[in-house]
Ligand binder design. Structure first.
Ligand SMILES: Nc1ncnc2c1ncn2[C@@H]1O[C@H](COP(=O)(O)OP(=O)(O)OP(=O)(O)O)[C@@H](O)[C@H]1O
Ligand SMILES: [Mg+2]
Length: 113
């Protein structure tokens, strides 16, 4: 099991949701976030030395998946979120120890899927 965390541009949420839905991935958590990447929150054209971090509005998507869904999930997020410009976002993949469905007590693969 993996936990996929994607930081995306807010205006790309609908495209990402559609791409995930098309790949039959419908379980997700979405929250607002602030963040910056290697431009420290400034545009590429910015020529001055950044003296502070400029946090930009991003969306954080979290999706817990069984192993066979890792690549389809990554592919769908990229399909929906990519413009080709800086700031498109980033995807983090981490190992997930356990998942428990509160209603039934089901654990692991069946609880995620
Ligand atoms: N190393 C990191 N650790 C934590 N969060 C990160 C990291 N890199 C990026 N992020 C998050 O992802 C968001 C989008 O990052 P962004 O796409 O700007 O990455 P980048 O490395 O600067 O790539 P690019 O040059 O394409 O912009 C950031 O605003 C931040 O929320
Ligand atoms: Mg960036």
């Amino acid at each position: 099991m993996k936990l996929i965390i994607a930081m995306i541009q807010p205006f790309k949420l609908e495209d990402v949701k559609k791409a995930l839905f098309d790949a039959k991935i419908i379980k997700m958590s979405v929250s607002s976030a602030l963040g910056c990447g290697q431009q420290a929150g400034y545009k590429e054209e910015y020529r001055g030395a950044a003296t502070e971090i400029n946090l930009l509005k991003k969306l954080r998507i979290e999706i817990a998946v069984n192993d066979e869904f890792v690549q389809p999930t990554i592919d769908a997020i990229i399909k929906g979120a990519k413009t080709g410009n800086i700031g498109d976002g980033k995807i983090f993949v981490t190992n997930l120890e356990e998942c428990i469905r509160i209603r039934t007590g089901a654990k692991g693969k069946s609880a995620i899927g």
